[in-house]
Structure formats: structure tokens, C-alpha cells
Design a protein. Sequence first.
Length: 281
Amino acid sequence: MNSDQSATQKLKRLITSGPVVMGILNVTPDSFSDGGLHNDKKTAVQRARRMMEQGAHIIDIGGESTRPGAQTVSVEEEIRRTVPVIEALKDGGALLSIDTRNARTMRAALDAGAHIINDVTALTHDPRSMDVAISADVPVCLMHMKGTPQTMQAAPEYENVVDEVKNYLLGRAAEGMKSGIKKENIILDPGIGFGKTPAHNIRLLQNLEAFTKTGFPVLLGASRKSFIEKICADGSSADQRVGGSIAAVIRGAEAGVKIFRVHDVRETVQALKIWSAIQST
């Protein structure tokens, strides 16, 4: 891809043609599912290429864990972890997303070849991030999170989780458009597992249509999250939650979700292909 604009158009074409799979690449020592597995350039690049071979349309690259209770890292360290990986993958054929809440990291990643900004704070953490998103003119994913990674799971409460999350995201989208972000560049993510109890997560999954009918593409990231183990009460570790993750993906597909952020690319692609075949017959 020769320009950021072509990345926007490619994502639009992918979304139009069917569900889009975003493979998760955590270049961190402490992410909840795969922390430490891919935190050097060589293994990270190998993992990304494997996900591309398995059918990932997007690789989401993060250098700071946002799991509950995660410790913050410096922007310099986040850039050190992510930029070399982006540079190695920029001509690999997949779109590259930078998973960060820091404007300097966004800018460095985009300069290195990233095509998408994925911010778990919906451009609220860093006052400069809105300007980066506007000037870059690339797709931006705005996610809902109650609190911070350090505090978000401390007894989160909502009067109506669906309405509150939707209204927050629509408010952030409106603020972004007012500031200069193009509507076609905005993606919404209800933030499964970010400041929500298992019951909140299920309620959001039950009501995904509230988000898919807003006119914005929706990204769903339920992969391997702890609510699966808590609901099943089976003691499953993160890598043993593939079945529950796939169930959430199929629910999302039924509701019109466009992008699925997952660890298990091969299984997700397979499930979505069978789901699509069922819908077309």
C-alpha cells in the first residue's frame, strides 16, 4: 500500500466483502494471554506472518499491556517494542494497526508503516492523539473502557450498560468528527472486558445490534477474555477459551459486527467461513 488513503479504502473494501479478522500481536512481557511469547522482533514477526497465512486481514500490534492491573510503560519503551515489528511487516500485505493510547507512539507507528490507530481510551488518554488521528487521515478504532487498566475491574457499575457504552462511543465519535476526523475513518468497539463484569459483557453481546445500527463499523474483541472462564466456571486458562471466543464471534457476526480482534486466527476464519456458507444457502 502506497498511501494511508489506500489503507482506508482497502479496509472499506474488506468490510464490504465480509467479516474482517484482526490478529492480536502483543509485543509485551505481561499481556494476559500471550505475554512474553512474542516480545522480541524475530518471534513477533514470525507470529504475525503465521496469522497472515491463516487468514488475518489486519495485524494489531501493541507494546503496552492493557489487561486488568497492568503496569504502564514509557512511551519510549512502547515505541522500541512496536516500531521495528511494524517496519518488518509493512510490505507483508496485511493492514497494520497500532494498539496504543499515546500520541507519540501513534505517530511513530504510522511513520513506520502502520495503517490504523486502535486506542482503548477512544483518544482521551493523550490530548495530542486527536490531532494525530486527524492529520494522519487513517481508520481509528474508538473503544469504551470504564476507568483505566489499573482500576477498570474494581467493581464496575452501570445503570444500563448498553445505553451508557453506546452513548459514550457516539459522543466520542461526534467529538472526533467535530474536530476533523472523517466519519468513514471511525470504528466503534464496546470494549468487552474493559471495566465490565461478566454480566455486563453478556448484556453487551446480547445487544450488539445497538452498536451495529449506529452507522459505524463495529469491532469486537472478546477473544480469550476472563469472563468466559467465569461464566463457564471451568478453570480454563486463556489459551483454553477458544470455544467461548468463537461463540462470541458468531454472535457478533449475526449482529453485523465487521471486525473481530482475535488470538486464534485459524479457528476464527474457519468458523466465519462456515457461518457465511450457512447464511448464503
